[in-house]
Design a protein around this ligand. Structure first.
Ligand SMILES: [Ca+2]
Ligand SMILES: [Ca+2]
Ligand SMILES: [Ca+2]
Length: 421
């Protein structure tokens, strides 16, 4: 069943942000500056034509896929179907036939708006690598690696990153006929991918190496664009997502921020230290685009230059020991490192001028969706809607939910902006 809700435009946080954005929209409209998609043609959004102006509607948020295991990259095809990469359960079986990372095609054949009906799922690759960083790297957090970001080329090929841990790493080319082809890069963890505007190259956010690089599809030639330095508290930057500004080819990169140990205390998240930066693909020059974020994990840019940011969570909670049994369904509900149900999607207008100061998330954010459970990836579809993957962590593990104990479930939500065409 299609679960649909409209973002609550009456929440105090939203009202405060809305007031800010109205001011921004008003100021910028006068000088034909950038505008948020949210507020274009606001009058057309009223519930009843002719009635007194009503409060503007928020975006529509729908759950289009549920019951997944760590959905990550989503590719929206021109026919409206989706390709979805899943990181799997994290159970690293000795026999590869037990691996649960997947790449699947979802078609809404009964046209009811979601992809969960009989016959709507076609699994292309059912046994891709999967592992949990808690067990493999003792991170004190429930984090699953496996298939990651996914792109669909204009010629029909797919490009999929796989992080299987311990050297099982690749950027794989997959033909439209379901053949796993070349591995274009076996470098460190490649969390985020984006095509160059002409689809001849793929930009890669290398989270472990704290680098941004580019690979040319034709010859697999690799070039490092830039290396990211430490963030405000001295932690590693951990680039997690990358997007291309279609107006000028600039790269927007989400810097997730790494963990810190201060006086023996493990701090996986430093609130407000995460950022989105703008990178010149030719020179590697870096400028701040959005500051004051927390765990920015992916980014998208629309044709007007509006920047959409996914933050995975707002803090850390309940770090767990490496010996913790993630697969015991009777465990006491624990967050497992990151605060569950505290992720969000926000949007920021393009800079008003080349030398404009960066946006500050605490004052400039327009919230499109919040209280999301550990979102990881965002995809801007050809029709302007946004697909966001949620539910990072061991599927079915007991966690605290907004209404009491619940379990981790991977989902894909669709955000439709009020005036998406
Ligand atoms: Ca359905
Ligand atoms: Ca359907
Ligand atoms: Ca991405």
């Amino acid at each position: 069943m299609l679960k649909q809700r409209r973002f609550n435009a009456s929440s105090p946080a939203f009202r405060a942000l809305f007031a800010t954005c109205l001011t921004v929209a008003f100021l910028t409209a006068a000088c034909s500056g950038p505008r948020l998609p949210f507020f274009n043609n606001r009058d057309a959004q009223n519930d009843n034509a002719g009635a007194r102006p009503s409060e503007p509607q928020g975006p529509i948020i729908e759950t289009v896929l549920t019951g997944l295991s760590n959905p990550r990259g989503v590719a929206a095809l021109p026919d409206g179907s989706l390709m979805v990469a899943e990181g799997g359960t994290g159970y690293n079986a000795v026999d590869p036939q037990g691996w649960t990372g997947r790449l699947s095609h979802f078609q809404d054949t009964n046209q009811d708006g979601d992809f969960d009906d009989e016959g709507e799922l076609t699994i292309w690759f059912p046994h891709l690598p999967t592992y949990n960083t808690l067990q493999e790297y003792e991170t004190w957090r429930d984090e699953v690696g496996g298939p990651g970001d996914l792109l669909r080329h204009s010629d029909g090929h797919l490009y999929l990153t796989i992080d299987g841990g311990h050297g099982r790493i690749g950027l794989h080319e997959i033909s439209p006929y379901k053949r796993m082809g070349r591995n274009l890069s076996a470098r460190g963890n490649m969390n985020g991918l984006a095509f160059s505007r002409d689809h001849s190259q793929i930009y890669i956010a290398e989270s472990t190496a704290n680098a941004l690089s580019v690979v040319t599809i034709a010859n697999a030639e690799h070039r490092k664009i830039t290396q990211f330095g430490a963030l405000a508290s001295g932690q590693q930057s951990v680039p997690a997502g990358v997007a291309v500004d279609p107006r000028n080819g600039d790269l927007l990169v989400a810097l997730f921020s790494g963990a810190l140990v201060i006086e023996g205390e493990k701090l996986p998240v430093i609130t407000g230290d995460s950022a989105v930066v703008r990178v010149d693909p030719d020179t590697g020059a870096i400028t701040d685009a959005v500051l004051g974020l927390t765990t920015a994990i992916d980014v998208a840019v629309d044709s007007e230059g509006n920047i959409y940011v996914v933050e995975m969570c707002s803090g850390h909670a309940d770090l767990i020991e490496p010996s913790y049994d993630l697969f015991d369904p009777d465990q006491t509900p624990l967050h497992g490192g990151y605060l569950r149900y505290s992720g969000r999607v926000t949007v920021y207008p393009p800079p008003a001028a080349a030398d404009a100061p960066p946006h500050q998330a605490d004052v400039d954010a327009t919230v499109l969706a919040d209280a999301l459970d550990m979102p990881t990836n965002i995809t801007l579809a050809p029709d302007g809607s946004l697909y966001v993957s949620t539910g990072q962590g061991t599927p079915n593990r007991p966690i605290p939910g907004p209404d009491g104990p619940t379990r981790i479930v991977g989902e894909v939500i669709r955000i439709t902006l009020p005036d998406a065409n």
